[in-house]
Design a protein around this ligand. Structure first.
Ligand SMILES: [Cu+2]
Length: 217
């Protein structure tokens, strides 16, 4: 596909994302309870879907858990969050307030490498704390490495998991906002290898929304 076509598709998707965002960000709070269960039918792969709406306190609980789990090692420039054990929970925040645009945070680290044991059973949770049109985020893990194209074709090579994109928070005010979170689970391959996690929203991985996912012995 020509680069111009990529740009056109990316722009169209971003525009649709913005329209959905504009619609949902005006939803009254009373609808919040039911939104998580709302099934929207088949949609193009890059569209936002899924997720459960939660309040600020629940979102903060996910952040706190993300800050506790795994052990930070590696260097300051290349931090690694090492998860021990065969049953683990990885919580990732899409753009924690104060973090740079188009990044994931764990332990307040920006796009850290994640290291898991081969064969580990993994619960994966994504919390979107970002705000603004087109700021939908998801997670895909596979054997794909940078540099990334504007549009990521799914599934990626040796895809381990795909967590659908979820919408940005509902309001500018952090405390008054509602947040989308989504969880899934998958099993790490037994064989050690280097994978990458990335956001499948057009442009985001290209802009830096990715990190290494290491499967160790
Ligand atoms: Cu993203």
């Amino acid at each position: 596909m020509k680069a111009t076509n990529f740009i056109m598709i990316g722009t169209a998707i971003a525009a649709i994302g913005g329209a959905i965002w504009a619609f949902t960000s005006n939803l009254p709070v009373c609808l919040a309870g039911g939104m998580g269960d709302m099934k929207m039918g088949p949609m193009p792969r890059h569209m936002a879907m899924g997720g459960v709406l939660i309040g600020y306190r629940q979102a903060q609980k996910i952040v706190n858990a993300a800050d506790r789990e795994g052990k930070v090692s590696g260097s300051k420039k290349h931090p690694v969050v090492v998860f021990h054990g065969k049953q683990i929970h990885i919580r990732m925040i899409a753009v924690e307030p104060g973090a740079p645009d188009q990044t994931f945070e764990i332990h307040k680290l920006v796009d850290p490498a994640i290291s898991v044991k081969g064969g580990a059973k993994i619960d994966l949770t994504l919390l979107n704390m970002d705000y603004g049109p087109g700021m939908m985020h998801g997670v895909v893990i596979g054997k794909i490495k940078p540099p990334f194209h504007m549009v990521i074709s799914l599934p990626v090579k040796h895809q381990l998991v795909s967590l659908p994109m979820i919408m940005p928070r509902s309001r500018k005010s952090l405390r008054k906002s509602l947040y989308y979170a989504e969880s899934t689970h998958f099993k790490a391959p037994e064989k050690p290898g280097i994978y990458y996690y990335l956001c499948q929203m057009p442009m985001h991985a290209k802009q830096g929304m990715y990190g290494k996912f290491i499967v160790r012995r």
